[in-house]
Design a protein around this ligand. Structure first.
Ligand code: GCO
Ligand code: MG
Length: 404
């Protein structure tokens, strides 16, 4: 078998998605997600200018060899643009291989280790009553685990509270110019335990509650927050510090037994070495889409498993249904599955990317269609062209740029 065509499709059915489509000489097609929120066109260029010309004529079955060829061959390693581009190729090749075998991808990854995959959804509120309503809405949708994010008194816009919560399309972070959010760490550290107290009082002790600090704290602040949340038994505290300084997590770990989840901005196993080998975290958060694909994420999860660290694959709205499907096959197959983030996509996005995966009673299943189980409607995709969009920036109240 040979790859005879490779094309990059950019579409914006509510938000931008970048998809690589490979076609083989016997007519099989494979899809891979290369969406990098806010920097989409950089990956499009990387793929069309530097990767697509290398793909035609290659044997699509040689997934490991193609991965190493693109990773080592580029010489300039790692980074989100490179790794998103390689991820798209990797997933498209797995899609083709599984279709050629007539099997859903999870069967090629060792088969199902579980019946279904537990998901967590997002609950957001500008204040605590609005957050409680949002948790109620997620529970009504079937979720059995919920991430809780609340506005902070005195601050006008903070992470996680922009999406519409009326059952309509999430519009998180889509701005033609970066929106400016404001931030005050002391106010956040005072407010967040009261948020957990209120949610526990309303929904009881059993509901798994997650929280994302989005890289905003110092290690000592993170340890303090982790400790203050301990009475409410959070499922995890996510991205408490900017974790490219892996050693910082040693300080956090010393101060709290709140479980820690890290890694959505990481691209390779090297970003995790200290965190995993010293057991400084409990969950790895990388997306298939930003980590170079199924091939390296499987290796990461096998490494993490030796340290009782579990998966929590990144799955916000900016991962396309193609990236989500790839994640679900991996989730179903690996032994050390933890939880899967899932917010769903707009109905229009689900039309552009028809998928076999399903969400029922708070759990996902990748489905039994051969390959990853996603089909791209290229005509509908073309009717929704790229729109410039940025993530927000974050400033302290004196104007200093802070981590977002
Ligand atoms: C999460 C994330 C996302 C990111 C987004 C940036 O845990 O889901 O923090 O919501 O902010 O992926 O593009
Ligand atoms: Mg996050």
């Amino acid at each position: 078998m040979k790859i005879v065509d490779a094309k990059v499709v950019v579409t914006s059915p509510g938000r931008n998605f970048v998809t690589l489509k490979l076609t083989t000489d016997d007519g099989l097609t494979g899809l891979g997600d290369a969406t990098l929120n806010g920097r989409e066109l950089a990956v499009v260029s990387y793929l069309t200018d530097h990767v697509v010309p290398l793909l035609t004529g290659r044997d699509p079955h040689r997934i490991e060899d193609t991965w190493q060829y693109l990773y080592r061959g580029a010489y300039w390693r790692r980074g989100p643009v490179t790794m998103a581009a390689i991820a798209a190729v990797d997933v498209a090749l797995w899609d083709i291989k599984a279709k050629a075998a007539g099997l859903p991808l999870y069967q090629l990854l060792g088969g199902a280790s579980r019946e279904r995959v537990r998901a967590y959804g997002h609950a957001n509120g500008r204040d605590i009553p609005e957050l409680l309503d949002s948790v109620r809405a997620r529970l009504a949708e079937g979720y059995q685990a919920v991430r809780v994010q609340s506005g902070i008194p005195g601050l006008k816009a903070v992470y996680g509270v922009h999406s519409t919560d009326d059952g309509g399309a999430p519009v998180l972070h889509q701005q033609a110019r970066p929106l400016v959010e404001d931030w005050d760490t002391d106010a956040y550290l005072r407010h967040t335990p009261t948020v957990f107290e209120a949610v526990r009082a309303e929904f009881g002790a059993e509901l798994p509650l997650l929280h994302d600090a989005h890289h905003r704290l110092t290690p000592v602040q993170a340890a303090r927050l982790g400790r203050d949340l301990e009475p409410y038994r959070p499922f995890w505290l996510e991205d408490c510090t900017p974790a490219e300084n892996q050693e910082a997590l040693r300080l956090v770990r010393r101060g709290t037994t709140t479980p820690l989840a890290v890694g959505e901005v990481f691209n390779t196993v090297h970003d995790y070495q200290t965190l995993i080998s010293e057991q400084l975290i409990d969950y790895v958060r990388s997306a298939v889409t930003h980590f170079g694909g199924v091939t390296p994420l499987r290796k990461l999860l096998d490494f993490a498993a030796q340290f009782q660290i579990r998966s929590a694959v990144h799955g916000p709205e900016d991962i396309s249904p193609v990236g989500m499907a790839a994640a679900l096959h991996l989730d179903l197959a690996v032994h050390n599955f933890g939880i899967q983030e899932y917010s769903g996509h707009t109905p229009l996005t689900d039309e552009v990317f028809r998928h076999a995966y399903t969400f029922t009673d708070g759990h996902l299943h990748p489905g039994e269609a051969p390959g990853i189980g996603v089909e791209l409607d290229e005509d509908l995709a073309a009717a929704h062209p790229y729109e410039a969009a940025y993530l927000p920036v974050n400033r302290l109240q004196d104007g200093t740029v802070h981590d977002w």
